[in-house]
Design a protein around this ligand. Structure first.
Ligand code: HPA
Length: 286
């Protein structure tokens, strides 16, 4: 068995996880939300919650990163049945790329139709400010360039086609609804739109790497989201993504600034309420 196929989950395992969850909830979710670092508070907005710690769910991986609770929260948000993933799996934690995306296939089998992803990201676009919220219009799958695509290996047609299209990965209609929601909430002054680039991490980027990513057309850089979006699109989910710009990347050799996780968490704390309000308002409009 090759290294890349070792951690590949079978359809039957995803189905077992989905059936286990379905037998324990009264209403099927139609919207799934993956909460980024420090953004797990979104799950607290759900009403009539049913909570499953990851370690209790059959076949579910365990979360290792600080600031991630590691549980699935089912409940109602603005009249919609939702499932919130409090704590995601990152490639830099050492998970196989197919493990990172396992929950998305479970969401699909639960009957979820829309996936909302949030993340913390470094701002590459010089016009962006710390605290901006960026609607993801497209992505650059840098690990995919290096052969780390969650769809590598045998294709299971029950999930999707062998060669899925990615030019329409981010749903334009949902993005438009989000813009309306932001307007209604008076938060357009810090709303942006742009391209998210995923790197594997866990190192933050060098100055040369940041400059290269800017030339490639990326507006924000982070260490998550893209594998989940790829798998979601493969199985036909509609996707909407938001990046919270937690820091500005360093592109100047004379700068004394240093990217650090504390700044990421600090900005997240500052904007978490705005982001939660925006997502919940958006869900009400779906
Ligand atoms: N780089 C990569 N990932 C990140 C950053 C960054 O600057 N900020 C938050 N996540």
């Amino acid at each position: 068995m090759s290294a890349s196929s070792e951690c590949r989950y079978k359809y039957e395992e995803c189905k077992e996880t989905a059936d286990w969850l379905l037998s324990r909830i009264s209403q099927k979710p139609t919207v799934a939300i993956i909460c980024g670092s420090g953004l797990g508070g979104l799950a607290d907005l759900l009403e009539n919650r049913t909570i499953f710690p990851y370690q209790d769910i059959p076949h579910f991986p365990k979360s290792t990163v600080q600031g991630h609770a590691g549980q699935l929260v089912f409940g109602e948000l603005r009249g919609k049945q939702c499932i919130c993933m409090q704590g995601r799996f990152h490639f830099y934690e050492g998970y196989n790329i197919t493990t990172v995306t396992y929950p998305v296939r479970v969401f699909f089998l639960l009957g979820v139709e829309i996936l909302i992803v949030t993340n913390a990201a470094g701002g590459l676009n010089p016009d962006f400010n710390v605290g901006d919220i960026m609607i993801i219009k497209d992505h650059i799958n840098m690990p995919g360039f290096a052969g780390q695509n969650p769809l590598c290996g045998p294709n299971d047609d029950r999930f999707g086609v062998r060669f899925p299209c990615m030019s329409d990965a981010y749903d334009k209609c949902i993005a438009e609804l989000a813009r309306e929601a932001a307007e209604e909430q008076g938060c357009t002054s810090f709303l942006r739109r742009g391209v998210y680039c995923m790197l594997a991490g866990p190192t933050f980027e060098t100055i040369a790497e940041c400059r290269a990513l800017q030339i490639l057309g990326a507006d924000a850089v982070g260490m998550s989201t893209v594998p989940e979006v790829v798998v979601a699109r493969h199985c036909g989910l509609r996707v909407f993504g938001l990046s919270l710009i937690t820091n500005k990347v360093v592109t100047d050799y004379d700068s004394k600034e240093r990217a650090n996780h504390e700044e990421v968490l600090q900005t997240t704390r500052m904007r978490t309420q705005d982001l939660q309000r925006l997502v919940s308002h958006l869900v009400g409009k779906l």
